[in-house]
Write a new protein. Structure first.
Length: 293
């Protein structure tokens, strides 16, 4: 794309980094390089981190928010890696941007918080630096940042294949509510994958769409998250979270998202999910509301 002059930028850009939820996750194979092949249906919740960009000297990142302390010792945040990647792709030798991350999603929790932050950085800096790359090119760049980053660029429901880099349209989804809960325990994704045993799963057969939340949940109950068992073996409280969510009045489905430890319950609508959030143990992180369309 050639050099973009340092002066060519907007005065400010801001993006939400919304939580990604895997309604099911099948591990269907493994590549020669060790990366697992997945089949998953990803949707997005209203829970989100916030990322803003202002003019600055060089490239900097300030992390704030209730969950920001967990990143205090991280040597190279994925947001900064995304910014450098975009600057390199655009031919910017000296990127100027002061990024601020309001961290509200728990870290290492299976809802793509870091991936969503990186995707938000790509979108915000594309606007801030007036690059005009658009979603397709940003998704291609995102592949090198992590398995969940490409789907988080658009933050719309999608079916994920490959190692997360092959995206296809989701079935038509009805309106539904989501309740997210995390017992404030982090799980390292590589350890969870390493604990998976047994044969690989087959890809799911999905319809063109569902008429309502109950029909969707009934179909999803025939599928699973293949990482649930190894996650519970590493972190038994995940099993407790699933039991509590599944017993909530109005819960249509309870399952773990991604590699955990965040679990979710599907409800008929966002109001029911929001009400159910109040019944969870006070020490847990939680969010309830409408799933994003």
């Amino acid at each position: 794309m050639g050099n973009v002059p340092e002066a060519a930028h907007s005065m400010m850009a801001a993006e939400d980094a919304t939580a990604k939820v895997n309604l099911y996750l099948h591990v269907i194979g493994r590549r020669a390089d060790g990366y697992h092949l997945l089949d998953s249906l990803a949707v997005f919740a209203g829970a989100a981190d916030g990322l803003s960009v202002l003019p600055g000297q060089g490239l900097s990142l300030e992390v704030l928010g209730p969950e920001g302390g967990a990143l205090a010792t991280e040597p190279d945040n994925l947001v900064l890696r995304a910014a450098r990647l975009l600057a390199d792709a655009a031919g910017r030798p000296l990127p100027g941007a002061a990024l601020r991350l309001d961290k509200r999603l728990p870290v290492a929790s299976g809802i793509g918080g870091g991936s969503a932050d990186a995707a938000a950085a790509l979108r915000a800096l594309d606007q801030f630096w007036d690059l005009g790359m658009g979603a397709v090119r940003l998704e291609a760049l995102a592949t090198s940042l992590g398995a969940d980053v490409p789907v988080c660029v658009a933050s719309r429901p999608a079916r994920m294949g490959g190692v997360g880099d092959i995206l296809s349209p989701a079935p038509r989804l009805p309106p539904f509510g989501l309740l997210l809960a995390n017992p404030r325990l982090a799980l390292a994704t590589p350890r969870v994958f390493a604990g998976r045993v047994g044969p690989f799963s087959a890809p799911a057969t999905l319809p063109a769409g569902w008429t309502d939340a109950a029909a969707m949940a009934a179909a999803l109950r025939t599928l699973r998250n293949d990482l649930e068992a190894p996650a519970i073996a590493l972190c038994p409280p995940v099993g407790e979270v699933l039991s509590i969510l599944g017993a909530l009045p109005g819960a249509l489905l309870a399952r773990m998202s991604g590699s955990g430890a965040t679990c979710f319950a599907v409800f008929a609508d966002g109001a029911a999910a929001a009400r159910a959030a109040g019944a969870l143990p006070p020490g847990w992180w939680r969010w309830g509301g409408h799933a994003r369309s």
